[in-house]
Design a protein around this ligand. Structure first.
Ligand code: CP
Length: 303
């Protein structure tokens, strides 16, 4: 089977390090944009997004073009999926046009894993349901490394809707390989006890003030209202107990950085004061999406 990237769970630490190191070569500096390196000229990348996206979809497209590859974008609403065509038929149709790789986002957990068993074209998972979002975890790690210089020994607190978060799962898999002290925090309805078993080094904390104490990194997660049918808390109540505010920053490590994969619900999981502060890495994360996805695509396209 051709090597794609389905999840962080399948990667060994040296493979993660290789991607993160390679991404450095693609980072932009000063006012420049990302360099065009053309290592993948003649390749074709299909971006098949069956669920909405701004950051992931656009950065995969920029990444492929910066590598010199051609790109084709498919969305659910603009394709024959909206006429009832099955996922397998849609993917087989795309494969018949001989792409070099398919980048895929889908609302069903495991959809890219299922398809990868039948297709010869490598698949890069751009987020599958509540399961994994591997390139988000990689760009998060690159952002932490850029700012903190290391992962080992850091205390990373991830707060919010853990239950529905593919970002949290991929980050836990990645950070646990580097000896990070991982604290998961959220209301009991969104933080199932089994999350502590995903990987070593994970502790659960339901009290936000205790969770942020001594944190080097605070990673906030979006409350995924589209996946919650009966919310246990209204927005105002959620913000009171689990919304990140300046008072929480003062309990953390003095150099703490704040992260959020986006899109943010301001006033629900994070205050604008914190989201727009000097500690916020939100736009650094977005920026690192391009070099990290260049490194991932290059690894897939040049095998
Ligand atoms: N972080 C993230 O996956 O954002 P998008 O949904 O905009 O791609």
């Amino acid at each position: 089977m051709a090597r794609g990237l389905l999840g962080i769970e399948e990667l060994e630490r040296p493979e993660i390090e290789e991607i993160l190191d390679r991404a450095v070569a693609f980072q932009a500096h000063g006012g420049a944009t990302f360099a065009k390196v053309n290592t993948s000229t003649g390749k074709m990348v299909v971006n098949a997004f069956f669920e909405n996206s701004t950051r992931t979809r656009s950065s995969f497209e920029i990444a492929a073009k910066r590598l010199g590859a051609d790109t084709l974008a498919i969305t659910a609403s603009g394709s024959s999926v909206s006429k009832g065509e099955s996922l397998v038929d849609t993917l087989n149709t795309l494969v018949a046009m001989r792409p070099s790789a398919i980048v895929m986002r889908h609302k069903a957990s495991g959809a890219p894993h299922f398809l990868s068993r039948y297709l010869t074209t490598p698949i890069v998972n751009a987020g599958d349901g509540t399961h994994e979002h591997p390139t988000q975890a990689l760009l998060d790690a690159r952002t932490i490394l850029d700012r903190c210089g290391r992962l080992e020994g850091l205390r990373v607190t991830i707060i919010g809707d853990i239950q529905h978060s593919r970002v949290a799962r991929s980050n836990v898999h990645l950070l646990s390989r580097f000896g990070v002290d991982i604290v998961l925090c959220g209301p009991p309805s969104l933080l199932p006890r089994e999350m502590a078993q995903i990987a070593s080094g994970v502790t659960l904390e339901y009290d936000m003030r205790r969770a942020v104490r001594g944190a080097d990194v605070i990673m906030m997660l979006r409350v995924q209202l589209e996946r919650i049918h009966e919310p246990a808390m209204q927005a105002g109540e959620y913000f009171r107990f689990y919304g990140l505010r300046q008072e929480h920053i003062e309990l953390a490590n003095p150099d703490v950085i704040v992260m959020h994969p986006g899109p943010m619900n301001r006033g629900m999981e994070i205050s604008s004061e914190v989201a727009d502060s000097q500690r916020s890495m939100v736009l650094n994360q977005v920026e690192n999406g391009v070099p990290v996805r260049m490194a991932v695509l290059e690894r897939v396209l040049l095998q």
